[in-house]
Design a protein around this ligand. Structure first.
Ligand SMILES: *[C@@H]1O[C@H](CO)[C@@H](O)[C@H](O)[C@H]1NC(C)=O
Ligand SMILES: *[C@@H]1O[C@H](CO)[C@@H](O)[C@H](O)[C@H]1NC(C)=O
Length: 154
C-alpha cells in the first residue's frame, strides 16, 4: 500500500484546521498612513492539539498590483501568538496594535504569517479513524500558513 499517498489528504485536512482568520481590519478597509490599527487574529477553537508559536504581521505596498505571498514588505510585528477567549466572543483571538508604515499610499497587502506545532495526537486520531493504521511519528510537525487582506492607505 502506498502509505504516503493515502495519508496525504488527511494530513492536509489536519493541517488546514490550523488556519487563523484575520477578523480586523476587514478587506479593502481604508487606513491612515502612520496611524495605529488593530489587527485581530482569531484561531478557531477545535485545534487543541496544536501549540502556537508566533505570528509575523507585515504590510507590502501594491505597485500597482498586489502579489500576496511574494515579499512580506515591512514587518510590523514579529513575536509570540497567544490567542485567548474574551468575553462576548466564542473563539480565541489576540489583538495586535501596529503602525501603518508612514508615507505609504494606495493599496497594500497586510499579511499574517502564522507558525504552529501540530501535535501528534490530532494526526493520530485522524489516521486511526480513517484507516485504522498505526503510524509512528516522532514529535510534532512545524506548520506555517499565511493569510492576508488588502488595505487602502490614505
Ligand atoms: C475590494 O476592492 C476590489 C477592487 O476595488 C474589489 O474588486 C473587491 O470586490 C473588493 N472586495 C471586497 C470584499 O469588498
Ligand atoms: C480587539 O479588536 C477588535 C477590533 O478592533 C475589537 O472589536 C475588540 O473589542 C478587541 N478586543 C479586545 C479584548 O481588546
Amino acid at each position: 500500500m502506498k502509505l504516503s499517498f493515502a495519508l496525504a489528504p488527511l494530513f492536509a485536512a489536519a493541517a488546514f484546521a490550523q488556519n487563523v482568520l484575520i477578523t480586523a481590519p476587514h478587506q479593502n478597509q481604508t487606513v491612515g498612513e502612520g496611524s495605529s490599527i488593530t489587527v485581530s487574529i482569531e484561531r478557531p477553537d477545535f485545534q487543541s492539539s496544536s501549540e502556537e508559536v508566533a505570528v509575523v504581521i507585515a504590510l507590502q505596498p501594491c505597485r500597482p498590483k498586489c502579489f500576496p505571498g511574494e515579499g512580506l514588505g515591512k514587518v510590523l510585528y514579529n513575536g509570540p501568538y497567544n490567542p485567548e477567549v474574551h468575553s462576548g466572543n466564542t473563539q480565541p483571538y489576540q489583538n495586535f496594535t501596529v503602525q501603518v508604515t508612514p508615507g505609504l499610499m494606495g493599496y497594500a497587502v497586510l499579511s499574517v504569517t502564522h507558525m504552529a506545532l501540530i501535535g501528534v495526537s490530532l494526526l493520530w486520531r485522524w489516521w486511526f479513524f480513517a484507516l485504522k493504521l498505526s503510524v509512528l511519528q516522532a514529535g510534532p510537525i512545524a506548520w506555517t500558513e499565511q493569510q492576508n487582506v488588502t488595505l487602502y492607505v490614505l
